[in-house]
Design a protein around this ligand. Structure first.
Ligand SMILES: C[S@@+](CC[C@H](N)C(=O)[O-])C[C@H]1O[C@@H](n2cnc3c(N)ncnc32)[C@H](O)[C@@H]1O
Length: 338
């Protein structure tokens, strides 16, 4: 970095070249570099041997990551983790390793490469590139499905503590997590509130991978897993139904189908809790605005304002109660089965 304030053209160039950082982080995550540095600094040659990488090429990757404060380079081509890079360890408390490994996978990366097509035509970029929607592709390809589930668990861990601190899930007896992935969020809720019970609902190939995570969180004896499609039916009789990062995957018509399926399963007065981002004000909330673009590119959904969620709730048999922000980039849009 040069000295002095960044000129607008430099700032623009840094934004333009953001793809390079994403791909460098992806490669470091896939090679498990941060895990290899857990016990302290190691030389780049040592890391190359351990990770099965080309020594000179890996050194160039590592020094680039050290230039953006993910690693620190010491004398003798030794590398250490910085506080930022520590989050690339797979067992870091707020690990983003799963997300970093996922976003650079060719099938996903190439969908983002078709953003121009999507913006020109309004068509879904993922479908354009891969010929199917992401859910169909992952149902066919177990490795892609496992990688995505791990990525979502990464993202869930980023927000779970803040959402659980901001919203009282402890007042419910049975919490049904609809489209709950491998259970990272529900496990955190159940662990925080020992009097609650959980039902994890997702597609068969997804819930089948949830066991180890529920056991590790110490909640397996309070959590049932059920598989199916939220377009058909979800488990009945819960006190609260969580939809975390579900509605943003879909356009309004499909959201209404999902919400109506939930409503049919819910007793009057049960709570519908959509854990989602608030789209945010103009010129602000870049995480939400870029998540919205991610929804445009891949699943074909969108991020929404509280008003938009309130309208979806009203059209599907729920009274909108309000939005509880958490300080993290997700809060709880709450409805009551009317
Ligand atoms: C963006 S992920 C969110 C996962 C989890 N709720 C979280 O926040 O980490 C969307 C989830 O919806 C699930 N899903 C997609 N289509 C589904 C369907 N028809 N029925 C049930 N689950 C579905 C996926 O398997 C995936 O786990």
């Amino acid at each position: 970095m040069g000295s002095g304030p960044e000129r607008p053209s430099q700032a623009l160039l840094r934004l333009v070249n953001g793809y390079q950082v994403t791909q460098a982080l992806h490669v470091a995550a896939v090679l498990g570099i941060a895990d290899l540095l857990t016990d302290g600094p190691r030389s780049s040659d040592d890391l190359a041997a351990a990770a099965g990488a080309h020594p000179d090429a890996l050194y160039r990757l590592l020094r680039a990551l050290a230039s953006v404060d993910v690693l620190r380079e010491e004398d003798g081509r030794l590398f250490a983790l910085t506080p930022i890079g520590d989050g690339l360890r797979s067992d870091a408390p707020q690990s983003v390793a799963g997300w970093a490994a996922f976003v650079g996978e060719p099938y996903y990366w190439q969908a983002w490469g078709a953003l121009l097509h999507g913006v020109r035509t309004g068509e879904n970029a993922f479908q354009h590139v891969n010929g199917v929607d992401p859910w169909t592709l992952r149902a066919r390809e177990p490795e892609r499905s496992a990688s995505f589930d791990r990525a979502m668990a990464s993202v869930s861990r980023q927000v779970a503590a803040a959402v659980i601190a901001a919203y009282d899930f402890g007042r419910f007896g049975t919490i049904v997590d609809v489209g709950g992935g491998n259970g990272a969020f529900l496990a955190a809720v159940l662990a925080a509130h020992p009097s609650t019970r959980g039902v994890l609902f997702d597609q068969p190939h997804v819930v089948s991978g949830a066991g180890p995570l529920l056991v590790a969180a110490g909640v397996a004896d309070r959590c049932e897993t059920v598989s199916g499609s939220f377009f058909d039916a979800v488990p009945a009789g819960g006190d609260a139904y969580v939809l975390k990062a579900i509605l943003h995957d879909w356009e309004d018509d499909d959201c209404l189908r999902i919400l109506r399926t939930c409503r049919r399963a819910m007793p009057d007065g049960a709570a519908l809790l959509a854990v989602e981002r608030d789209l945010g004000a103009p010129n602000a909330a870049p995480e939400s605005k870029f998540s919205d673009l991610n929804m445009l590119v891949a699943p074909g959904g969108r991020e929404r304002s509280p008003e938009a969620y309130a309208a979806l709730f009203a059209a599907s048999g729920f009274r909108f109660v309000g939005f509880t922000p958490s300080g993290a980039p997700a809060g709880v849009f709450e409805g009551t089965a009317a």
